[in-house]
Design a protein around this ligand. Structure first.
Ligand SMILES: [Zn+2]
Length: 303
């Protein structure tokens, strides 16, 4: 081998090293801090107290190995979240439960809660009773498949009640229903603490989300199942990244374990969040992963 060949080869080697270094630095490290799962269900088909594929040990192990340190829990019926809140295994796993009153005792309630007075009575009874982890922090998740039902008599009463008692509302609704629900509160949405499940799953454009966040200071967006959120390599699409940088205190992540399959993919869901969170400035990532939910539900900023 001549000196010339050696030099040429070492140049190629250095060039390759530089290329590797560039590509490694352009791929940001995944977010590694604590997570607050702001939309979790522990429904009876997961575990009904006696049987089911996901007993407490199982769901807590999933949270623990994913660095999930707090969960906003609600369940159909409410026994699931209460069991999670009451178990010594939960505190042993280092998980804080933030319980919400679910409006559904069974599947039939999904389509009728907004006009069913017995639901209003059930919510009042649950709130009076509380859970082993302390008082309920809010109500929901509820659905409105037709946004006009935001004006149902029980929907109106519950929105007013939530605001009067500083309860958080977790709502799976479209953008029109956000306006209607807010209009049904004493402050007309200026003091309402409403978490928009999936942040407009029915197709509200990022520009419309922007408009609503500007209009209602207590509106926050939870990001499970949000179509159009991530693009290449699981990173945020540009318009969503811009929205999070514009409103860094207004978004949270969630699992939405509404069916057992979501429990089976809990690891992947949380890993997916960690990928795109790692692509944001560290303080913004930490806020979306933990701090925004911690602020809303009164948890320490450093768990
Ligand atoms: Zn849900």
């Amino acid at each position: 081998m001549t000196i010339k060949t050696l030099l040429r080869q070492s140049h190629i080697g250095i060039f390759a090293i530089i290329l590797v270094a560039i590509s490694a630095s352009s791929r940001a490290a995944d977010y590694r801090g604590p997570l607050l799962d702001a939309h979790l269900h522990y429904n009876e088909e997961a575990w009904n107290g006696q049987s089911g594929p996901h007993p407490l040990e199982d769901v807590l192990a999933r949270m623990q190995r994913n660095g999930v340190r707090a969960v906003v829990a609600n369940s159909r019926p409410n026994d699931g979240s209460k069991a999670l809140a009451a178990s010594p295994l939960t505190s042993k796993a280092g998980v804080t439960v933030l319980p919400l009153v679910r409006l559904y005792r069974n599947r039939a309630d999904y389509d009728n809660w907004f006009r069913d007075d017995s639901i209003h009575d059930m919510v009042l009874a649950e709130l009076a009773q509380g859970t082993a982890a302390g008082p309920y922090k809010g109500i929901g998740e509820f659905h409105l498949y037709d946004s006009a039902n935001a004006n149902g008599p029980v929907a109106k009463k519950l929105m007013a009640l939530a605001e009067a008692r500083s309860l958080v509302v977790l709502a799976h609704v479209d953008d029109r229903a956000i306006d209607l629900l807010m209009a049904n509160t004493p402050s007309k949405g200026q003091k309402t603490r409403l978490v928009w499940a999936h942040t407009g799953i029915a197709g509200a454009e990022p520009s419309r989300v922007d408009q609503l966040l500007a209009q209602y200071p207590g509106l926050m967006g939870e990001l499970s199942y949000r179509p159009g959120l991530t693009c290449d390599g699981g990173k945020l699409c540009p318009e969503w990244r811009a929205l999070m940088l514009k409103y860094p205190t207004r978004f949270m992540i969630g699992s939405d374990t509404w069916v057992n399959q979501r429990w089976q993919y809990y690891d992947e869901l949380m890993k997916g969040y960690r990928v795109w969170l790692g692509d944001l400035p560290p303080d913004v990532a930490r806020g979306i992963a933990w701090g925004n939910g911690a602020g809303l539900y009164g948890l320490p900023l450093n768990p």
